[in-house]
Design a protein around this ligand. Structure first.
Ligand SMILES: [Mn+2]
Length: 320
C-alpha cells in the first residue's frame, strides 16, 4: 500500500532526485497527458532530466502538449505516474513499472500500487494537483506552454467547467493559468468545438443506436469494433458524455468493443447515482459521475449485468 505524502514532501522528493520518467495511463486523455507534459517541462526547467512515456498513441489533437519539451534520452531512475488509478491502466508499461516511486492522482478509487501517493480526491483533475506541486517546486517555473498543458487537463476533466466536479478552486486555477498568456480561446476551440467529419459520423451512429431502459432513466449506446476502427480515442471519450445529456437520463452507459467479446464500459451519471460504485462491482473504477470497467461476453449478457446493477442503485438511492 502506498505511503500518502503531502505536496511539500513530494516537492522535496522531486528536488532530491533526477532522471524522471513520467507515465500516462492507457487510452490517454487530456488530464494524464497534460499533467505529464506539464511536470516534465517543470522538471526540465529545474535542469533535471525528464521524459514522458505514453502506453498508447494519443489523439493527434494533443500534439501541442509537447511544445517546450526537450526530447531527452537517459536511463530512468525515478518513475512517476499521473492520473493512473491502478497499475493495470499502465498498459505496456505495467510489467516493468508495477510499483512506481510516486503516483500523483485524484481518483478516489486509487489502488495504492505506487510506493508513494500524492492524492487529492477532491480535485477535479490530476492537473490541479500537478499545478499545486509545480508551485511548491519553486518560483518562475511555469511557462505559457506548461500553463496550457495544465489548462488542458483541468478543462477536459471538467467538460470545459460544466461537470459537477468543477469547484470555485477549479475556476481560480484556470484563471491563474490563463494569466500565463497561452491562447485560451484557441485551445477551447481545439478541445471542445471543432469536430472531424469522422466524429460527426460516429455521433450520428451513436444517437441513432441509443436505447432506453429503466423508464428512460438509463440510456445505452453501443460501439462495435467495426464502428471504432478508425475512430479517435478522444472523440469516443467525448461521445461517452452524450447519453447522460438526454433529459431524464440518470445513467448514461457506453459500450465499446475493444476485441470480439471484450467490452470497455463507461458510465456517466447525474444526481445521486455513483458511477464509481457501480463500476467497482465489475473491477473498474473512476469518479462519482464518471467511471469505467471491462466486461467480457455476449453484448446482451453484459448489458443485462450492467442494467441490473444500475437498477439496484437507482432503487437503493431512491429508497424504492
Ligand atoms: Mn483525471
Amino acid at each position: 500500500m502506498s505511503a500518502a505524502i503531502s505536496l511539500k514532501e513530494t516537492a522535496e522528493l522531486l528536488l532530491a532526485n533526477d532522471d524522471f520518467a513520467i507515465i500516462c495511463h492507457a487510452s490517454p486523455d487530456g488530464d494524464t497527458l497534460g499533467g505529464a507534459y506539464a511536470l516534465c517541462g517543470a522538471l526540465q526547467k529545474l535542469q533535471k532530466r525528464a521524459k514522458v512515456l505514453v502506453p498508447e498513441e494519443p489523439s493527434k489533437r494533443f500534439d501541442y502538449l509537447h511544445s517546450g519539451i526537450e526530447p531527452q534520452e537517459f536511463n530512468e531512475e525515478f518513475i512517476i505516474t499521473i492520473d493512473v488509478a491502478d497499475s493495470a491502466l499502465l498498459g505496456k508499461f505495467e510489467e516493468k513499472h508495477k510499483t512506481p516511486d510516486l503516483c500523483i492522482d485524484h481518483h478516489v478509487s486509487n489502488t495504492g500500487y505506487a510506493k508513494r501517493l500524492l492524492l487529492d480526491s477532491e480535485a477535479a483533475a490530476a492537473c490541479e494537483v500537478v499545478f499545486e506541486l509545480i508551485k511548491e517546486l519553486g518560483d518562475n517555473i511555469i511557462t505559457a506552454d506548461i500553463a496550457s498543458c495544465l489548462y488542458t487537463g483541468i478543462s477536459t476533466d471538467t467538460g470545459c467547467f460544466r461537470f459537477s466536479n468543477t469547484t470555485a478552486k477549479t475556476h481560480r486555477f484556470a484563471a491563474e493559468l490563463i494569466e500565463y498568456g497561452f491562447d485560451c480561446s484557441g485551445l477551447n476551440y481545439l478541445l471542445f468545438e471543432i469536430r472531424t467529419k469522422d466524429r460527426i459520423k460516429l455521433e450520428k451512429q451513436a444517437l441513432e443506436s441509443v436505447e432506453f431502459y429503466l423508464n428512460g432513466r438509463c440510456a445505452v449506446i453501443i460501439f462495435t469494433k467495426e464502428m471504432l476502427e478508425s475512430a479517435d480515442d478522444e472523440d469516443i471519450n467525448a461521445i461517452s458524455a452524450l447519453p447522460r445529456q438526454i433529459e431524464g437520463v440518470e445513467a448514461g452507459v457506453t459500450f465499446k468493443e475493444k476485441e470480439a467479446g471484450v467490452w470497455k464500459i463507461s458510465i456517466r451519471t447525474k444526481n445521486y447515482m455513483n458511477a464509481q460504485v457501480i463500476c467497482a462491482k465489475f473491477g473498474g473504477g473512476g469518479h462519482q459521475r464518471a467511471a469505467g470497467c471491462r466486461i467480457t461476453g455476449d453484448v446482451r449478457d453484459c448489458k443485462e449485468k450492467i442494467l441490473t446493477e444500475i437498477e439496484r442503485h437507482l432503487k437503493k438511492q431512491k429508497g424504492e
